[in-house]
Design a protein around this ligand. Structure first.
Ligand code: ATP
Ligand code: MG
Length: 350
């Protein structure tokens, strides 16, 4: 029996994880292998519950084992996921988050907040533990877009409890301020407000912390990148020229701060703004192109009424685009984090 197990393991070690370019046994993704009759049962531990590669693994494992290892007729695969964390996350924050992803743009109004809420909701729906910080301190939009405009965080043991919507834990100055009065703050206050959203909120354990930034290359992204170990930044752009040159500057700012650019999102693509500019920019800079979201009135309505399209209209073109985007982002986060590690990661995570 042990011999058969070893043979199955050997066969599985020919299955390569397509993004990390190492085999799934070396990556410690195969767990709890047992053989019952002609069935090999095991768990595959993915690096994200939003993994787009499940079908690929299923096919490749079957090809590698069934008919190749004598006596094994079928596979019974269970799926599990552990989002890896990298070393720079450890010890620098007293908040248990595995990754922090900044959503940025050079130019205002390109759809950062829309991308942030749809991405967060899609990852949460896939089973990940997701937080979303609205770091647009002066003009918070996330509460409305998430349909919790009147939400108020409770305070328990001196920490705020995030407001929850679509399975996502949210924090925003919109929950704390008088909606009738503008908030007036200077740079250092903005800085401490963002900090407090990390430290004074009881987030619990999170796989992904998504941070929706205000537009541009100003104080907020700078203080975020300097205070917290960002896993990476996503740059949202519209397809037209004026947005692209700002997006280029935005991405280069993160690179100068040693924050990996996870990739470019082209939002509001279509007849009006054109199409393809975001992808061309990504190619030019050697950044990943994470996906294209069409210009669609349903997206705007979803924002206005607090119902993210990725949840309420998953089969619409924009819903599908946001869903695919969430998988691309999850995959990029896994790759970026695993690249920064010199030990096999999955074994060190509890
Ligand atoms: N793909 C889309 N199709 C149609 N409308 C969209 C799309 N994406 C965003 N919008 C709408 O465009 C407007 C601006 O989007 P959003 O607030 O997400 O941009 P932003 O980059 O966060 O803006 P700001 O720079 O002010 O923070 C919103 O009304 C939103 O609903
Ligand atoms: Mg915004």
């Amino acid at each position: 029996m042990a011999d058969l197990q070893a043979q199955v393991m050997a066969a599985l070690s020919t299955v390569i994880e397509p993004e990390l370019h190492r085999d799934i046994v070396t990556l410690n993704m195969v767990r709890d292998l047992t053989i019952e009759g002609g069935t090999a049962k095991f768990t595959i531990v993915l690096t994200t519950p939003a993994c787009p590669l499940k079908d690929v693994f299923l096919t490749r494992c079957n090809l590698a084992v069934v008919g190749k290892v004598p006596g094994i007729e079928k596979l019974d695969i269970r799926w599990d996921a552990q989002v890896p964390t990298d070393k720079k996350m450890q010890g620098r924050l007293d908040v248990p988050m595995r990754s922090i992803i900044a959503i940025s743009s050079g130019k205002g109004g390109v759809g950062k907040s829309t991308v942030a809420i749809n991405l967060a909701a899609a990852l949460a729906e896939a089973g990940a533990r997701v937080g979303l910080i609205d770091a647009d301190i002066l003009n918070p939009n996330i509460p409305m877009m998430a349909g919790v405009g009147t939400g108020r965080p409770r305070v328990v043991e001196e920490k705020m409890i995030p407001v929850e919507a679509y399975g996502v834990k949210l924090m925003s100055t919109g929950f704390l301020m008088d909606p009738e009065k503008p908030l007036i703050m200077r740079g250092p206050m903005l800085h401490s407000a963002i900090r407090q959203f990390f430290t004074d909120v009881n987030w619990g354990n999170l796989d992904y912390m998504i941070v929706d930034l205000p537009p541009g290359t100003g104080d907020a992204p700078l203080s975020l990148a300097q205070s917290f170990p960002l896993t990476g930044a996503i740059v949202v752009t519209q397809p037209q020229e004026v947005a692209l040159s700002d997006a280029l500057r935005g991405g280069m700012m993160f690179e100068q701060l040693n924050v990996p650019v996870l990739g470019i999102v082209e939002n509001m693509a279509g007849d009006f703004f054109g199409e393809g500019g975001g992808e061309a920019l990504a190619k030019q800079r050697n950044w990943h192109f994470l996906g294209r979201v069409p210009l669609d009135a349903e997206v705007r309505k979803g924002g206005d009424f607090g119902r993210p399209v990725v949840i309420t209209r998953p089969d619409s073109p924009a819903g599908k685009a946001f869903h695919a985007l969430s998988q691309q982002v999850a995959a990029r986060v896994s790759v970026v984090m695993l690249q920064g590690m010199d030990v096999i990661p999955l074994t060190v995570i509890n």
